[in-house]
Design a protein. Structure first.
Length: 305
C-alpha cells in the first residue's frame, strides 16, 4: 500500500529540478600527461562506509543480451569512500559514504534507505586523516553518493560534473528537502567544464591538481554529469568508475546499469570508452561504484545465480 501511494503521489507531482543550489564552471590547467602507469605522489585509503542492498535490475540492465540468465533480486552493495592524500595539496575524498545518524536526513530518506547499515561514518573517516580535507570529488549527485556531506565541513569545496542538479523529474519534489539539508550554507558547487578539456583515451579529461596526478573523466549516461577519476598513487594507477560501473561484473562484462540509469545508450558508450582507456594503462586497479576488492557483495551474488 505504501508503494502504491508513493507511485500515485509521484504521478501527481510536477517535474522539477533537484536543487536550486548554484554552481560555477571549473576547469584546470592541463599539463602533458605523464605515462599513466607510473606511480605518482598520492596515497590511497579505501573504506566501506555503509552496507546496503538494492534490486539487481537497478544495477544491471537485464534486457542487455550479455546479461542473459541473470535473475532479478536484492543484492548487497557497499557505499565506499576513497581518500586520496597529496603531499602538498591535502586530502580529497571521492564520494562521501554515509553519516553516523541517517535520521538527520529526515523520515523520507530514512524510509528510502531502509536497511542501510552504517559501518564507518564519514566523520570518523575524516577524523583519522593526518592531512586537512581539501575537497570532495563527487562521481555523481545521486543521494547514496552524497549522504556523507552531512559530516563534511561546509567550507569544503565540492566538485561534480555539470547538470547534476538540473535534471527535471517528478520524484525530485520528494528529494528537494534532503538535498537542501546537505547543500544549504555551502559555496556554489564546483562544476567540471569539459568545453576546452583535453582528452585521455578519447574521454574529456581535466587535470585536477595541475601536476598529472589526478584526472577527472567525463562519463555521462548514468547521470548527465557522471564523472570517473584516475589517480596516480604511490602504488600505481587507480581508476574510480563511480556508477559508470556499479559492480565488478558490470565492469568486466561491459553491461550498463538498469533502471537507475538515465540514458542507457550513452551509459553503454561511456562504459566502453572507460574500459578501453583502462586497457591502455598497465597495472591499473579499478574500483567500481558499489564494491571493494575482496568484499562479499553483488558480484558474488550474480556469479551464484
Amino acid at each position: 500500500m505504501k508503494t502504491l501511494s508513493l507511485i500515485l503521489s509521484l504521478a501527481l507531482l510536477p517535474a522539477c529540478a533537484l536543487s536550486r543550489h548554484p554552481s560555477v564552471a571549473v576547469t584546470a590547467a592541463s599539463v602533458s600527461a605523464p605515462p599513466l602507469a607510473e606511480p605518482g605522489p598520492l596515497t590511497l585509503e579505501s573504506v566501506v562506509s555503509a552496507r546496503w542492498s538494492v534490486p539487481l535490475s537497478g544495477l544491471v540492465n537485464l534486457e542487455n543480451p550479455d546479461a542473459a540468465g541473470l535473475v532479478d533480486g536484492d543484492v548487497p552493495i557497499v557505499l565506499p569512500v576513497h581518500v586520496l592524500t597529496h603531499p602538498e595539496r591535502g586530502a580529497f575524498v571521492i564520494d562521501t559514504g554515509a553519516p553516523a545518524d541517517l535520521s538527520v536526513m529526515g523520515p523520507l530518506v530514512g524510509g528510502f534507505l531502509g536497511d542501510m547499515e552504517v559501518v564507518d561514518p564519514m566523520a570518523d573517516i575524516l577524523a583519522r586523516q593526518s592531512a586537512p580535507l581539501a575537497g570532495v570529488l563527487i562521481t555523481h549527485m545521486h543521494l547514496d553518493h552524497i549522504l556523507g556531506l552531512a559530516d563534511i565541513p561546509v567550507e569544503t569545496p565540492i566538485y561534480a560534473g555539470p547538470g547534476e542538479l538540473e535534471v527535471r523529474q517528478a520524484s525530485n519534489a520528494l528529494l528537494r528537502r534532503p538535498y537542501k539539508r546537505l547543500l544549504d550554507d555551502r559555496a556554489p558547487l564546483q562544476s567540471w567544464d569539459w568545453t576546452d578539456a583535453g582528452t585521455l583515451g578519447g574521454l574529456p579529461a581535466i587535470d585536477v591538481l595541475g601536476d598529472g596526478s589526478l584526472w577527472a573523466l567525463s562519463v555521462p549516461g548514468h547521470t548527465p554529469g557522471s564523472t570517473a577519476y584516475l589517480a596516480r598513487t604511490v602504488d600505481g594507477p587507480v581508476l574510480f568508475t563511480g556508477d559508470c560501473a556499479h559492480l565488478q561484473w558490470s565492469w568486466t562484462s561491459g553491461v550498463e546499469a538498469g533502471s537507475y540509469t538515465a540514458d542507457h545508450a550513452q551509459h553503454r558508450q561511456s562504459l566502453a570508452a572507460l574500459r578501453q582507456l583502462a586497457a591502455q594503462i598497465d597495472g591499473v586497479q579499478v574500483f567500481t561504484g558499489h564494491e571493494l576488492t575482496g568484499e562479499d557483495t553483488g558480484v558474488d551474488m550474480i556469479a551464484a545465480r
